[in-house]
Ligand binder design. Structure first.
Ligand code: ATP
Ligand code: MG
Length: 572
């Protein structure tokens, strides 16, 4: 039976939307004691009809599976909350997790939220220095990690982290000291019953560091009220229906893996698949088939890798359960959207948001015609616009098709409440009622938003403003191109010269003839002023752990400048 989309008519939903009305989909803490993310995600379901429904299915690296019902999850997270209480962790304290995608990570996240302490996930692949930076900047009181990570990366940091009161090891049988404790032992002793304390909707809940694509990662602080956005986007963008099986491929080390790899699916009561392993095309297709995934949320970097592999998944795998595919994190090239249609029989639906927004802000909806290359339309309840911004002026652009700064009217529930230890920078993000996202976009006559580039990446060449995305998209349409990244290189004559780094598909050889052919293709598509003047073939593009192309690093290397903060650089 086809499943009717939750958004049947975007325009009327948008026009009649109210956050207040949507709140009815949440429960609130019993006796009017506020709003707590973990209660909405876990306890209310565990005490209701979803008690025995699978909340998480964790797939281990060896492909074995562990299921956890809402009821079991309530007990485990309550135990964890009691462990924190025993150790004196209280409201507002920061609890860090430095774990792979194993059950303890999810239990720690939700258990911490129950206590009103603040949870901060770290990418498991970080080296000691990025971990140190984040725990010290984030004033971490507790760290949950494994024995192996502790020995390799953390022990050496303890002296420099005097505020870190406890390290809990998920796989240690015995306590090592008063500070370094065995989590299983503590969990065993703790009670499985926990009453969530009064939680104000404005109480801090999550600390997320940004991806570090444009510079030093910033610590964005989010509050419990954000859960309203997780709920609403789960319903309207991810289109959750009862009984759905959902898979978000993001790691909780960045915001997607928490907002949409933990909170949104649970709040909406669906089954959340987690795979411990890193990207692997055939494994991924097999998971889609075996787990009967209905909704799949992934990222452009993964989609481009799948595109490169040339597998026809529908010929080899039974993907009949798949109803919806979504993408976030970077611009999704039109090419990728149509590849989705060709390969899976449905487009990838792009959506836009950032660490600071806490949840999806602009999206393509199942029922809305997709314009490949567009990010879609604002979430109901969110006002987005394009603005002309200078140091001392701000005005909304009403003319369709004109580039400007992407801005959001402040006040959506999951808006970040500060940059940790950098209030000044936070304040600079606002102009009156508007939040400046740092991205450039345009809006077409029908209200679709189109990504132009990050404000930092815009290239000024011969009096034109060129967004890298436009050039990269055109390059991607050439049959030999697997991936491309475009930067501006200072040039005396024309200001900046458009330079492209191109990764070829495996079956193509880099040579002058191909370079000329790609250049000619780009010139036809973009015109000579915008097309790259220089092309360099490269084996891999430098990326963040969350899969974003690090154009600033390509540029720094090209110009022989310092490489800046590389804590989130993915090592190929
Ligand atoms: P930093 O702020 O540290 O430089 P970052 O901005 O990459 O890192 P995130 O908050 O993880 O950190 O990423 C949000 C950014 O990712 C957005 O501001 C935007 O530039 C880009 N982005 C996310 N989704 C999309 C999308 N659908 N289309 C285009 N860009 C996107
Ligand atoms: Mg950013």
């Amino acid at each position: 039976m086809p499943v009717a989309p939750n958004v049947s008519d975007y325009d009327s939903l948008y026009a009649g939307f109210s956050w207040e009305t949507e709140k009815a989909g949440l429960s609130g803490l019993p006796n009017g004691q506020g709003l707590n993310i973990a209660y909405e995600a876990v306890d209310r379901h565990a005490m209701g009809a979803l008690r025995d429904h699978i909340a998480f299915r964790w797939i281990k690296k060896d492909r074995s599976v562990r299921d956890c019902t809402y009821q079991e999850l309530m007990e485990l997270t309550s135990r964890f909350a009691n462990v924190l209480g025993e150790l004196g962790i209280t409201k507002g304290d920061r609890v860090f997790a430095f774990l792979g995608r194993i059950p303890e990570l999810y239990i720690a996240a939700l258990g911490t939220l129950k206590t009103t302490a603040v949870f901060c996930p770290l990418f498991n692949v970080f080296g000691p220095e990025p971990v140190f930076q984040r725990i010290s900047r984030g004033d971490g009181s507790m760290l949950v990690t494994t024995k192996d990570q502790f020995e390799k990366k953390i022990r050496q940091l303890l002296e420099r982290l005097p505020q870190l009161r406890y390290v809990l090891l998920t796989d240690a049988e015995q306590d090592e000291s008063g500070q370094v404790r065995s989590l299983p032992r503590l969990m065993e002793k703790a009670s499985a019953a926990f009453t969530i304390p009064t939680t104000a909707p404005e109480d801090p809940a999550l600390l997320h560091f940004t991806s570090g694509t444009t510079g030093l990662p910033k610590g964005a602080l989010h509050v419990h009220k954000a859960v309203l956005v997780h709920y609403v986007t789960g319903k309207y963008v991810l289109d959750f229906h009862p009984g759905d099986i959902y898979w978000c491929t993001a790691d909780p080390g960045w915001v997607t893996g928490t907002s949409y790899g933990i909170i949104a699916p649970l709040v909406n009561g669906v089954t959340n698949i987690v795979d411990e392993e890193e990207f692997d095309a055939t494994r991924w297709y097999a998971i889609l088939e075996e787990q009967k995934v209905n909704i799949w949320y992934t990222a452009p970097t993964a989609i481009r890798r799948l595109m490169r592999m040339n597998i026809s998944p529908r010929e080899k795998y039974n993907l009949e359960h798949l109803r919806l595919m979504l993408s976030v994190g970077e611009p999704l090239h039109a090419e990728a959207v149509t590849w989705g249609e060709k390969t899976f029989g449905m487009p990838f639906l792009d959506n836009w948001w950032q660490t600071e927004t806490g949840g999806i802000m602009i999206a393509n909806y199942r029922s809305m015609p997709v314009r490949p290359g567009s990010m879609g339309k604002p979430l109901p309840g969110v006002e987005a616009a394009v603005a002309e911004v200078t140091d001392d002026s701000f005005s909304i652009i009403t003319e369709p098709g004109k580039d400007g700064h992407l801005v959001l009217k402040r006040g959506w529930p999951s808006m970040f409440r500060t940059y940790l230890h950098d209030e000044e920078r936070y304040n600079k993000c606002f102009r009156g009622d508007w939040y400046l996202t740092g991205d450039l976009a345009k809006r077409d006559a029908d209200g679709y938003f189109w990504f132009v580039g990050r404000a930092d990446d815009i290239i000024k060449t011969s009096g034109h403003m060129v967004g890298p995305f436009e050039v990269e998209s055109a390059l991607m349409e050439h049959p030999a191109v697997a991936e491309a990244a475009v930067i501006g290189k200072p040039d005396q004559l024309i200001g900046e010269l458009v330079k492209a780094f191109v990764v070829l598909k495996p079956e193509y050889q880099p040579d002058e003839a191909l370079k000329l052919d790609i250049t000619a293709h780009a010139r036809r598509k973009l015109g000579p002023a915008v097309a790259p003047k220089e092309i360099t073939f490269i084996d891999n593009l430098p990326k963040t752990r969350s899969g974003k192309i690090l154009r600033r690093l390509l540029k720094a290397r090209e110009l022989g400048l310092p490489e800046g903060d590389l804590s989130t650089l993915e090592q190929p």
